[in-house]
Design a protein around this ligand. Structure first.
Ligand SMILES: Nc1ncnc2c1ncn2[C@@H]1O[C@H](COP(=O)(O)OP(=O)(O)OP(=O)(O)O)[C@@H](O)[C@H]1O
Ligand SMILES: [Mg+2]
Length: 307
């Protein structure tokens, strides 16, 4: 239900799962605005009929991707999500067979994202059944090594498996962050087709311009052929240590991607938080602040892009 839209009595009763007659009786006895005109505003219906507010976010899906290993995809996915979850509802999707995010939050193997994909004739589980609620506003979708089997497209739909699985929960979250694996191929393509935006972490110490060009070409291919909605948010420089090294580097990257002004500094507390399996907030507020800055710049960029 959309707050700003006006619904007829028959539309409203269908959404509220009431008989139309029952809906009208209750609307009359509550004297809700719209009873005379027969047009009911979504926001009014939500108020008087206790519709949970959560099913109405216009969510933004962001794939965190770089086919090179160890660039900071998982780190940025984790702590950008943690920072965003301070004010918004966030779902972090572990979309990597290495399952690094999943291992931080659970020790035993449970159902994973692979069980929710209708790949090779599987009957998929609903995604909402496997979501783990870490806090009220921070939820994760676990992964497992099984996801590595997603290699060959057998049907056209096999590029849209993740997009389909996410659709029913999409409106429950403001941000959905997808932690991608270090590879180009069907897993990455599924992420880029499900996403609205791509963010590319780049490790400043050992960066490869060829790798960046390959990723740029994959993203352009997906934009042209499969997902015209997909936009490049830009590159985030990670493990950043000195201004000196930055000048030439950022120029090289800018040929392909816009570069975020916020850089993520190299901090020991990052591997420490991961080793101890705790949120960054518990270990190092200062480093979390760095990710809050990134979250703020991201929100600004999204506002600009949405206009
Ligand atoms: N800013 C940082 N400061 C210190 N250590 C970092 C930082 N960013 C990442 N690391 C460490 O570098 C390693 C690689 O980071 P991470 O796992 O986030 O990369 P990745 O791109 O997800 O790797 P993969 O491609 O294998 O999925 C990890 O041990 C992580 O703790
Ligand atoms: Mg990773």
């Amino acid at each position: 239900m959309e707050a700003q839209i006006e619904y007829s009595a028959s539309e409203a009763s269908k959404i509220l799962k009431l008989e139309e007659r029952e809906f009208l009786e209750r609307a009359k006895s509550l004297k809700i605005p719209g009873i005379k005109s027969g047009r009911f505003k979504g926001s009014v219906l939500m108020k008087y009929f206790n519709v949970p507010e959560e099913s109405e976010f216009d969510s933004t899906i962001i794939a965190i991707s770089n086919q090179k290993g160890g660039e900071g995809k998982t780190t940025i996915s984790l702590y950008l999500s943690e920072a965003l979850a301070l004010h918004c509802k966030v779902l972090l999707v572990d979309w990597d067979p290495q399952a690094n995010v999943t291992q931080l939050y659970s020790k035993e193997d449970g159902p994973s994202i692979m069980d929710c994909l209708s790949y090779r004739g599987r009957k998929p589980l609903e995604l909402s059944k496997i979501i783990k609620e870490i806090t009220d506003t921070f939820h994760i979708v676990p992964s497992s090594l099984e996801l590595a089997n997603l290699t060959t497209p057998y049907e056209r739909d096999d590029f849209e498996l993740l997009s389909e699985a996410l659709m029913p929960v999409r409106s429950s979250y403001e941000y959905i962050i997808i932690d991608c694996p270090p590879s180009l191929g069907l897993i990455l393509e599924n992420a880029l087709i499900a996403a609205d935006y791509v963010l590319v972490p780049i490790q400043t110490r050992a960066f490869s311009l060829q790798g960046i060009k390959d990723l740029y070409e994959t993203i352009s291919k997906i934009q042209k052929k499969a997902n015209q909605r997909l936009k490049l948010l830009g590159a985030v420089l990670n493990q950043y240590e000195s201004q000196k090294a930055l000048a030439g580097l950022a120029e090289g990257i800018k040929k392909y991607f816009p570069v975020f002004e916020t850089v993520i500094h190299r901090r020991e507390s990052i591997p420490q938080a991961q080793a101890k399996m705790t949120p960054l907030a518990k270990i190092d507020q200062n480093t979390l602040k760095n990710f809050k800055e990134l979250a703020n710049e991201l929100k600004e960029k999204l506002n600009v892009q949405k206009k």
